[in-house]
Design a protein around this ligand. Structure first.
Ligand code: UDP
Length: 367
């Protein structure tokens, strides 16, 4: 008999939720992670009493009451509502695109005036069926907003011009004809008090975790420990990139402690021009209404991923989707292994969707 029922590769949200569910059904689980900490990319670390989102800002939001109740078992969530502001050459605009944005951009006051202006700009651009992100953006909010708030930011974030990106990326953002600055349409939203690491720690309570263990380096020995493997690393890495590497965007953070209590007055400020080299500045304390005497900020630089870097965003364009489908076919042959999570499924997942998918995987596995 093997010592574990499940070897879970990756201590991020997918792995932690799966492990929690499996353990609660009496399964023997071993969670391993290459990094020296749990929580994957939602990892938070205390600096000057502030929970710093080490791998980029994570704002929990969901429409699923099931997922909201689920995370509520592991953390208490505060009332944080994401309302980023865009800084375009020193002019400030509210996000997501809403009446405050339209008023600042054009001086329009009513929803009817805003809709008419967008319609005028869409007609002038001659777009009927949007085929890419650029056309989708112009069709949703017009040319001015596209030029000032979308074009530069998106090109920096993805390292590709907007006419070479899939339209769905921009449809993540709401366009609202109300004066509502809430970035998400989700019914439930907040930041876990005490940080995400503490939340994931609670999920993993009673589960054996080994850190600094690189699965792909010692695959054969580790596989021998368990009946089943839940793999949440990159699917192409699992197969030694034998069909070629999937593309990811990576992110580099320059984090600084500043001797001021309030640097930018908001958790998230996006720099939407093409010239500023970073995409946004996160001021971490504002996620938790922090009153510490100092502050911690992270400038976020987007970069093309290469083997050895941390992968962040899958690039779900046609080419990569086709390659992923071929890897998925290989994955289907690995009878002992289930692939899950953002890297295992090569999907631009939000946290709630990862949790939903881990719960579904657990239901299937543990049925
Ligand atoms: N976006 C933009 N301007 C902004 C913010 C977002 O053009 O100021 C676009 C950009 O294309 C980006 C997409 O909206 O890739 C999704 O943004 P989101 O904030 O959802 O990205 P994430 O927070 O996942 O990095």
């Amino acid at each position: 008999m093997k010592p574990y029922d499940y070897l879970i590769v990756g201590a991020g949200l997918f792995g932690a939720v799966f492990a929690h569910e499996a353990r609660s059904k009496g399964k023997r689980c071993l969670v391993i992670d290459r990094r020296d900490h749990i929580a994957g990319n939602v990892y938070t670390q205390q600096v000057e009493g502030i929970n710093v989102h080490r791998y980029g800002a994570h704002i929990f939001h969901t429409n699923s009451k099931e997922v909201w109740n689920y995370v509520g078992r592991f953390a208490e969530f505060n009332r944080y509502t994401n309302s980023p502001v865009a800084n375009y050459h020193g002019q400030i605009y509210n996000l997501p695109f809403n009446m405050n944005t339209f008023n600042k951009m054009w001086g329009v006051v009513t929803p009817a005036e805003a809709k008419a202006e967008i319609q005028r700009q869409r007609d002038a651009a001659g777009i009927t069926q949007p085929k890419n992100l650029e056309e989708q953006a112009i069709s949703l909010v017009g040319t001015d907003i596209y030029e000032k708030l979308i074009k530069g930011y998106t090109a920096k974030q993805w390292g590709r011009p907007c006419d070479q990106l899939p339209a769905f990326i921009i449809r993540r953002l709401p366009v609202r004809f109300t004066y509502d600055d809430n970035y998400f349409n989700a019914l439930y939203q907040g930041i876990p008090n005490g940080g995400y690491t503490a939340m994931v720690e609670r999920m993993l309570e009673g589960v054996e975790v080994r850190l600094g263990v690189d699965y792909l380096q010692e695959k054969a020995q580790l596989d021998a420990l368990a009946d089943r493997v839940i793999y949440t690393g990159a699917i192409d890495a699992y197969f030694g990139y034998q069909l070629g590497a999937l593309e990811y965007r990576s992110v580099r953070f320059e984090t600084e402690v500043l001797d001021t209590d309030n640097y930018q007055g908001n958790a998230v400020v996006n720099y939407t021009d093409a010239e500023t080299p970073y995409t946004r500045i996160i001021e971490h304390k504002h996620f938790e209404f922090g009153t510490q005497p100092k502050t911690v900020i992270s400038r976020e630089y987007s970069a093309e991923w290469k083997v050895g870097d941390e992968p962040y965003y899958p690039v779900n364009d046609d080419k990569n989707s086709a390659l992923y489908a071929r890897y998925q076919a290989l994955a289907g042959e690995e009878k002992k292994v289930r692939f899950g999570g953002r890297l295992g499924e090569y999907r631009y997942y939000d946290m709630d969707k990862v949790i939903e998918s881990a719960l579904a995987a657990a239901r299937e596995e543990l049925a």
